[in-house]
Design a protein around this ligand. Structure first.
Ligand code: WT7
Length: 632
């Protein structure tokens, strides 16, 4: 069994094998890892309950495979290169041996703080090495990590902590983001006023602010790590034990805790990392995501470390001190593989090509894109100015729920095609369906993207609410996993992802449910009702357009706008602020009271020529009013 596919023919063979005999295919790939006990059965599944188990009764620890396994041959190889927010600050390098030691110490520190196997630990931290160390330390001692992106508000953080019933939180005093300093610990303190399950807070120093520490609850990372022993045997985990929970938005108001387990996730992230990025032993690999999102989990931490790669972690932002920052980091560390989001490419493109032309970028071999559809203009700019027309671009389609990449070209092995995620990876069996659930076999027809067969990295449940998992992903079409995306397939079998077909909007690659933003807006005392839709946005991919009905006639529109923005920042975070707010006296509703979002989306897009049938509306006149007041 080859862990890396090198030619198009090998891809075809691997794909065929994976479909004909999935158990033999994945079983052989799993053999290369250290298992404390081998599995009895590779796969047990049904999509009805759903129940999916990979490597049944296998025992392992993912950190033993990501760290210990490499010590003999790669002990002195760099595991992590950390590049700080400020280019003038010193960068940090950790070899596999050093990372192993730090993870063991941090795992012992967690134990000393009373964290037990199976306990949930929420991590709310900036992109510093201790974030990756915390994640791995949880995995080492069997705790379930749940990383919350440090841009979320205290209220979002509290919701996630409570849903997970976390015992401990790991955080920092503050964080740097570009020219800004943000008081992280204060956000945690606010959240914890509403989180009785949390007994311990571990605070890493980053900006040197000396935050308020609560006696008996808060401890300092530096002081505790000092006391921790550097030997920590890896906890024996069942393949199906929880590795982590990661919260993500759906169509309803409440984010759900997507659950990933140890064995399958390990095999899948390793395999997809090696193949999609055509990883070579000497590569310096950089994924610009934040570990607060699934991309960071799978392709900054686990995938690269399992493969024994050198992974670069970046604390800063693409546009500070200037729009050349990414390219400066590429040259400084001789990055070979660069993986980022279309929104970042579009914002750098808008800042002018001069920035990218001032760097050599000679080291680059492979480029990647993730998080949202990449438009052709951005694709070409990326290909020409960053990749100098010599680097394949992998357009990787996947989701928090899928754990790893499902549809993508393999760099330089299967062809890239602008704006297309292209082919399913081995083991992945997509189908396109009509809304009625009929399989679409013709090419160039848009359909709903589903999966027929399980893959090792897929979600197992939504934390604390299995029925919700069934309902959301497995009930639309019998026996299939429904992704929530629409897609099209060309004559060569290449998939083009169109985007979400549910009430989820993708803003700069970040996922929000429209209901979640509406709930936040409705917190304002002057707001009676609201409806949120996405619209095409030049940089962000999608922007947020809010239609708002007020309780009484508006006296000061600017004030109210400010209140609405503030409510969203408070409930969710800055990243979910609406770009446009239109005050309306009514919303287009059906006679049964359902908001017709299709019409609101059209108006937000500025396309009012084809609103379709509005005769079933309760009050067709509101449409004219909304059209007249639309913001473009
Ligand atoms: C949604 C999942 C996967 C990690 C980051 C986002 C959209 C993701 C692509 C792509 C077109 C994409 C989909 C998907 N998406 N990658 N290459 N081309 N669309 O994870 O927050 O779970 O969002 O992002 O709509 O359903 P996520």
């Amino acid at each position: 069994m080859h862990t890396r596919i090198r030619t198009f023919e090998e891809y075809q063979t691997a794909y065929q094998q994976s479909v004909e005999n999935p158990e033999a295919f994945w079983g052989a790939l799993a053999e290369q890892f250290i298992w404390q006990k081998k599995w009895d059965k590779v796969l047990d599944w049904n999509f009805e309950e759903p129940k999916v188990q990979w490597f049944v009764n296998g025992k392992l620890n993912i950190t033993e495979n990501a760290l210990d396994r490499h010590l003999k041959e790669r002990g002195n190889k760099l595991a992590i290169i950390w590049e700080p927010n400020d280019p003038k600050e010193r960068f940090v390098r950790l070899t596999y041996r050093e990372l192993h030691e730090q993870v063991c110490k941090a795992a012992n520190m967690l134990k000393a703080q009373g964290v037990k196997k199976g306990d949930r630990v929420v991590i709310y931290m900036p992109m510093i090495p201790e974030l990756a160390i915390s994640v791995l330390a949880c995995a080492r001692m069997g705790a379930v990590h749940s990383v919350v992106f440090a841009g979320f508000s205290s209220s979002s953080l509290a919701d996630r902590i409570n849903d997970a019933q976390a015992y401990a939180v790991i955080t920092s005093d503050g964080l740097y983001r570009g020219a800004k300093e943000i008081p992280v610990k204060r956000v945690v303190d606010e959240a914890l006023e509403h989180c009785p399950s949390v007994k311990r807070v571990i605070v890493k120093e980053r900006v040197g602010w000396k935050p308020r520490m609560m006696e008996g609850r808060d401890v300092s990372w530096e002081a505790e790590i000092e006391k921790a022993d550097k030997n920590c045997p890896a906890e024996v985990m069942d393949a199906e034990d929880m590795l982590f929970i990661l919260y993500t938005s759906g169509s309803t108001g409440k984010p759900k805790g997507v659950v990933h387990t140890c064995g399958g996730y390990m095999v899948y992230t390793d395999y997809t990392f090696r193949n999609v990025f055509q990883y070579e032993e000497s590569d310096i690999y950089w994924c610009t995501a934040d570990i607060g999102w699934v991309t960071g989990h799978s392709y900054i931490v686990y995938g690269p470390l399992l493969a024994g790669a050198t992974t670069l972690m970046f604390e800063g932002v693409p546009t500070w001190p200037d729009a050349g920052r990414f390219w400066q980091v590429v040259d400084k560390h001789n990055v070979n593989t660069f993986y980022t989001a279309p929104t970042a490419i579009r914002s750098l493109m808008a800042a002018g090509t001069d920035h990218v032309l001032s760097y050599s970028l000679d080291s680059l071999k492979i480029l990647g894109s993730v998080g949202e559809p990449i438009n052709e203009e951005a694709w070409h700019w990326y290909h020409i100015h960053v990749g100098k027309e010599k680097c394949p671009i992998v357009d990787t389609w996947w989701q928090t729920e899928t754990g790893g990449i499902l549809i993508s070209n393999l760099a330089g092995v299967t062809p890239h095609k602008p704006a297309h995620a292209t082919l399913p990876l081995p083991g992945i069996q997509p189908v396109l369906l009509t809304a009625e659930g009929k399989e679409i076999t013709e090419n160039e027809e848009e359909g709903l993207l589903c999966m027929k067969f399980p893959w090792p990295g897929m979600l197992r449940t939504t934390y604390g609410d299995h029925e919700r998992c069934r309902q959301t992903y497995f009930s639309s079409f019998k026996g299939l996993y429904f992704t929530g995306d629409g897609a099209r397939r060309d004559e060569h079998g290449n998939y083009r992802i169109i985007g979400r077909v549910d009430d989820v909007i993708n803003v700069s690659g970040h996922r929000f449910g429209t209901a979640e933003i509406e709930n936040a807006i409705n917190q304002c005392i002057h707001v009676a009702e609201s409806a949120v839709v996405g619209y095409p946005h030049e940089i962000k991919g999608q922007g947020i357009y809010a239609y708002v009905i007020t309780r009484e006639p508006i006296t000061n529109e600017e004030n109210l706008r400010g209140e609405i923005l503030e409510a969203v920042v408070k409930e969710i975070g800055k990243i979910a602020r609406p770009d446009k707010i239109q005050f309306v006296s009514g919303l287009p509703k059906t006679r049964s009271g359902k908001i017709m979002r299709r019409i609101l989306r059209k108006i937000a897009e500025g396309d009012t020529s084809s609103l379709g049938d509005t005769s079933t509306l309760l009050d067709p006149n509101v449409v004219d009013e909304i059209k007249a007041g639309a913001i473009h």
